[in-house]
Write a new protein. Structure first.
Length: 219
């Protein structure tokens, strides 16, 4: 049986009804704002964890014993071209290799394009100042490097924040073209070739980046 017009008018003017409508409107507004801001909502078991990588992940994020022992304040200045020419040298069983993978390298380079990858890394393609050859540098989330030293995690976090401050947060669906230059410091890493955008012929990367400075960047 439908309610009478008088009953419907009383319901509209009932304080408890008005309060329920206001609360529902507020909740919907908060959810919509969170979605626009890219903020995930918590599940029954707590907030969703970021997706981190797997392959040689401890080496990529300085969680391996050799990575934890590196002196991140000591670095070698080099170039993209020089790193692209180095022979591949990984350690046994996928461990950290001697040479490039155990060296903190710093380059001055042109910024080409960037994207947030499925493992939550910011994948940045750079090229030499005087040639067209490219290579990849990666900015992991510090939360994906739980076994690294506190100092290493702080450097990774600061480097990623510096990139975002200079260039903005890249898309997670497609590469965004960039212009400008930056000074980038990171640990050498020989990735396996699997068609990565901007990959060097020997798979060399700076992974992770631990310092990003002197940047002029625009998308």
């Amino acid at each position: 049986m439908s309610s009478s017009p008088r009953s419907r008018r009383r319901a509209r003017h009932d304080p408890s009804v008005r309060r329920s409508v206001l609360l529902l409107t507020l909740a919907l507004t908060i959810l919509a704002s969170a979605k626009l801001a890219g903020i995930g909502t918590a599940s029954a078991s707590g907030p969703a964890a970021p997706t981190c990588g797997l392959e040689r992940w401890s080496v990529k994020t300085l969680q391996d014993p050799a990575g934890r022992a590196l002196n991140l304040s000591s670095y070698k200045t080099t170039t993209v071209s020089a790193l692209r020419s180095r022979p591949v040298r990984r350690g046994p069983g996928g461990s950290r290799g001697a040479g490039v993978e155990s060296t903190v390298s710093q380059v001055r380079a042109r910024l080409v394009e960037a994207k947030v990858e499925d493992d939550s890394d910011i994948h940045l393609v750079i090229r030499d100042l005087t040639s067209t050859g490219t290579m990849i540098v990666e900015f992991p989330l510090a939360i994906c490097a739980g076994g690294a030293t506190t100092g290493a995690k702080t450097r990774m976090k600061n480097a990623r924040n510096a990139f975002v401050a200079a260039c903005g947060m890249p898309s997670d669906t497609s590469f965004e073209q960039l212009t400008g230059k930056a000074t980038i410091r990171g640990i050498g890493f020989f990735d396996f070739l699997h068609g990565q955008t901007g990959v060097a012929p020997n798979g060399i990367e700076l992974h992770p980046v631990v310092r990003f400075t002197n940047a002029s960047c625009s998308s």
